[in-house]
Design a protein around this ligand. Structure first.
Ligand code: MG
Length: 161
């Protein structure tokens, strides 16, 4: 079996009054990711990891933030479309792993719900998805809860013809 690895990264500003939508669920937090779409940085990083592993165009090329069509878009729908393209190219998801670096919302209490949500959107099992939050130790531009950075890695397995 052929396997391919992909990596995704995304950063969004966290602003007051925006829903804190991450991994397809809304976390109870006073600020949320700003974006042309709903700003779900977790789903964006996962989408880019999957597209990268499959050798396809990246998320920003497929769904440009200059295109009014994607204004306030539900990132779950964008990710589902990416998965359709990845599967059409002959791949199936082996696993995903995600690191969420922020001093905004606490991730740990919502890990299970986020894993289940991501698995549902991707059409895979929750055991194939892992994620964790990391504090920034008060360092750097994202400290103080003003932003969120997400890294995702995925493994794709090529279906036998
Ligand atoms: Mg993004």
């Amino acid at each position: 079996m052929k396997i391919r690895v992909g990596m995704g990264f995304d950063v969004h500003r966290l602003v007051e009054g925006r829903p804190c939508k991450l991994g397809g669920i809304v976390l109870p937090h006073p600020s949320g990711p700003l974006g042309h779409s709903d700003g779900d940085a977790v789903l964006h990083a996962i989408a880019d990891a999957l597209l990268g592993a499959a050798g396809l165009d990246d998320l920003g090329t497929l769904f440009s933030d200059q295109d009014a069509q994607w204004k306030d878009a539900d990132s779950a729908k964008l990710l589902a479309e990416c998965l359709r393209r990845v599967r059409r190219a002959g791949f199936e998801v082996g696993n995903l792993d995600v690191v969420i670096a922020t001093e905004g919302p606490r991730i740990a209490p919502h890990r299970a719900a986020m894993r289940a949500s991501i698995a549902r959107i991707c059409g895979i099992e929750a055991q194939q998805v892992n994620l964790k939050g990391k504090s920034l130790e008060g360092l750097g531009a994202l400290a103080g809860g003003t932003g969120i950075a997400v890294q995702a890695v995925c493994l794709l397995e090529q279906r036998s013809p």
